[in-house]
Design a binder for this molecule. Sequence first.
Ligand code: ATP
Ligand code: MG
Ligand code: MG
Length: 595
Amino acid sequence: KSGENPQISPEILKKHLEFTKGKVITRFPPEPNGFLHIGHAKAINVNFGYAEYHNGKCNLRYDDTNPETEEVQYLDSILEAVRWLGFTPDKILYASDYFDQLYNLAIILIEKGLAYVCHCTAEKMFEDRGGDSNGPRVACEHRDRSVESSLLEFQKMKDGRYKSGEAILRMKMDLEDGNPQMWDLVAYRIIYSTHHRTGDKWCIYPTYDFAHCLCDSIENITHSLCTTEFVQSRKSYYWLCDAVEVYKPVQWEYGRLSVTNTILSKRKLLKLLENNIISSLDDPRLYTLPALRRRGVPALAINGFVRELGVTTSKTTIEVSRLENHIRDCLNSVAPRLMAVLDPIKVKLINLGKSVDLEVPFNPRDPSFGSHSVPFTDTLFIDSSDFRLEDSKDYYRLAPGKTVGLLYAPGPITCTEVIYGEDGGVLELLCKLEDGADGKPIPKPKTYIQWVPFSPKHGSPVVLDEIRLYNDLFKHSNPYDKTIVPGGFLTDINPESLVTIKSAIVETGFYDLTFKFINGEATRKEFDSKNFEELRFQFLRTGYFTVDKDTHFDSSFIETCRSVQKCGDPVLAAASNKNKLVLNRIVTLKGDPNK
Ligand code: ATP
Ligand code: MG
Ligand code: MG
């Protein structure tokens, strides 16, 4: 909370209270000129959260006053992101719906002698406002023109008789004030651009400084919550409401949120697109809300993260690891576990007679997740990172002559022989299953690793066409700081920000989970929407993953999922090249006690 509550006349207050019945009304006011990002998630939580806490209401208001930068495609994505975070706007409103009212208020302002049409260039205005040297402010020659002349000129602006830049409407404020927001701000400018709602009706559009407070006032917003860059604007906000004698909301400011190793500004994100560093604004390396959603980050983790930061006035850059901790916390309790191998090496068990079906839980710590059947076969795959040719004392996984545990398996395995391929690389490992059948004591393994069976009749392994691992997009925590990155953020791209893996495989529990998801989605008739990000897993010892929207589950895959559900044995339809499984790593397991 900052500043004193503004004074309002009793008549205006009475009308306001008739409307609100004393309840809090807030609004989230995005400009539809890009995707929302994690900073907006804070603004959404602040506005909706404050209203909810006080049993009030929060509107979504599109701040669509600049047709030059706004695009219709962003309207839907903004509403979808708000809903995805779990909030329901009381009303969905558009600043452009008030263009007539705003225009009438501009006329009132002129008639009161508190606005004038000015023909100065931007450079002249800058000089008159003291220029670079912070020198004295000078009134321009248009400031004292008559009310009649300004009314006439404003009409000409509206009628399209001026080119863009030839005339503006300025508020007549206080050039002596120490606050630059009082130095005759621009209220209206000429823009020849078709508006997504009002078409070509207008060629004059209100500025943020003019429109924002008056829209808040029209909507009877009780608390206009905004970021701290607007502290100085509080004065002009109140000035304008008072000048046209309308209801005046309270403005309170909170600190803007940024996170490290990324950028959020819409303009800079577009630069990444233009330079082909990313190919879409929902690239999972970004921190736009559509990108986070696509990556598989739960909305709950984002809300938890921004709420933990609290509402203070300090502008904060938060370590991205703090968000990751929230993501892990959320996923740990909801994501079923599967065994996957990103870089397989083949293991042959030399002494396994018949294969056995193991009942493997989807979460060993929580039986409510259920279980599924995994065949234990004489051929299986482990991850190459769990094998070394040279053993050492502090190494607990597989090496020649060494024993390691296989998760859920009937016993550990000992590597008895390494088979090399023609290229000299390791081709496969011959291992003995230590099940005690030979009467010898079973060695106790120090570590257990995941594995994936080879059993075509069970549809195993499930081949993942592509796994995408994401790392920080930028090398530096503050890529837009020119003292740290003199070449600018475009020169600071982390070459490892996207690592693509084409060799990964996963056990057949993947079918069970996909079936459940597809079946649920199909009944909701939303399967085509490709919101696969709800389909999340923990790959044991590897990380949390989700299905990317680039995935295509073809009919043969879906058939396989179905038959696994029905009889445990899939009838494998002919492989089709239309099937494409693409997974995103949401977050690593680092810091996860269950690892
Ligand atoms: P950008 O510079 O990315 O375009 P913006 O502030 O112009 O951001 P708007 O669409 O106007 O974006 O923002 C809608 C609301 O969200 C505003 O109230 C704004 O103050 C708030 N907001 C924007 N960015 C952040 C942020 N990083 N942290 C907190 N609130 C934010
Ligand atoms: Mg903006
Ligand atoms: Mg803005």
